[in-house]
Design a protein around this ligand. Structure first.
Ligand SMILES: Nc1ncnc2c1ncn2[C@@H]1O[C@H](COP(=O)(O)OP(=O)(O)OP(=O)(O)O)[C@@H](O)[C@H]1O
Ligand SMILES: CC(C)(CO)[C@@H](O)C(=O)[O-]
Ligand code: BAL
Length: 286
């Protein structure tokens, strides 16, 4: 058992943060839902580059799960999460109770338009970004950190949170950090533990399809035909694709050709009962 410091209430969090601030230390926040893996730990390391103190939040937020999604079975592994946070010298874990986030009578929702209505994740998870925006607005207000770091793995989410912070004048700077991958290319994700052995063997096909499509589009191949082939390749690997699309990297607007870029490819696909997402930048060949 580690004795890594954890606080569960907003007053306890603020008391710790006040100590840091009184010493003139900058604070970085890394919001997560726990079941920590090396991708999360890379966010802690990125956060450390911007602040003396790194606070990791762990809260499985019911409001961002749809009624038929995996809230109940989402992995909850707090003791091993704390060991991992100790191993990367994070400073504090904020693991709020349900009441600390959603007190009785809670009546407020944060709705984001723009990148949250891009017809990507929102098409398949229509209440998801309202739940994310509401909890992230709360976490940002609770901590009032100097910076907060989010993964590019959840690319649409990152743009939604940047828009939320800009629109609501939240002073915390929102930073993105690159996706950490397994050696075979699969993006690390807490949901990878759901994959059977055979599904885990097939799973790198998602990154492979994105990678190949990004290479071809970067080399000037037609976008729509390339994405149709990528989708077919995913099907052959055993995935049921929800979408694989090329969008403007900053706005998620649809694009007609590669000169409308910068382009980001975004995909979501189901492998058995598990839904995986991934995305990749298109870099143009000289
Ligand atoms: N492979 C990764 N590399 C970098 N950041 C990541 C990676 N996976 C997740 N993150 C980031 O970690 C933060 C917390 O994400 P979360 O706890 O939902 O983890 P997750 O692995 O994405 O889980 P899920 O399987 O639920 O999507 C988010 O900002 C997310 O983008
Ligand atoms: C940002 C977040 C912690 C909000 O619950 C979650 O959506 C996640 O883990 O990406
Ligand atoms: N990683 C984003 C959180 C979610 O899928 O609910």
């Amino acid at each position: 058992m580690t004795d890594f410091p954890v606080v569960e209430s907003v007053p306890a969090l603020r008391a710790r943060l006040k100590d840091f601030r009184n010493k003139g230390e900058k604070i970085a926040l890394v919001p997560t839902m726990g079941a920590l893996h090396d991708g999360h730990l890379s966010l802690v390391q990125e956060a450390r580059r911007h602040a003396e103190r790194v606070v990791v939040t762990i809260f499985v937020n019911p409001a961002q799960f749809g009624p038929s999604e995996d809230f109940a079975k989402y992995p909850r592994t707090l003791p091993s999460d704390l060991e991992k946070l100790a191993s990367v010298q994070a400073d504090l874990c904020f693991a709020p109770t349900m009441e600390a986030v959603y007190p009785p009578g809670f009546s407020t929702r944060v709705e984001v338009d723009g990148p949250a209505r891009a017809d990507l994740e929102d098409r398949f998870r229509p209440t998801h970004f309202c739940g994310v925006a509401t909890v992230v607005a709360k976490l940002l207000n609770q901590a009032q950190a100097d910076v907060a770091v989010f993964g590019e793995k959840d690319y649409q989410q990152l743009l939604v949170i940047q828009r939320l912070a800009r629109d609501l004048d939240i002073a915390t700077e929102i930073l993105g950090a690159p996706t950490l991958r397994e050696a075979d290319g699969l993006a690390m994700s807490s949901r990878n533990v759901y994959l059977s052995k055979a599904e885990r063997a097939a799973a790198p096909a998602l990154y492979a399809a994105l990678n190949e499509a990004a290479r071809l589009i970067g080399a000037g191949e037609a976008i729509e035909a390339t994405l149709a082939r990528a989708s077919a390749a995913l099907g052959e690997a055993g995935f049921l694709p929800d979408y694989i699309e090329a969008r403007h990297a900053k706005t998620l607007a649809r694009i007609a050709g590669r000169r409308d870029g910068p382009i980001r490819l975004l995909a979501a696909a189901r492998l058995g009962a598990t839904r995986l997402i991934d995305n990749l930048a298109v870099t143009h060949e000289a």
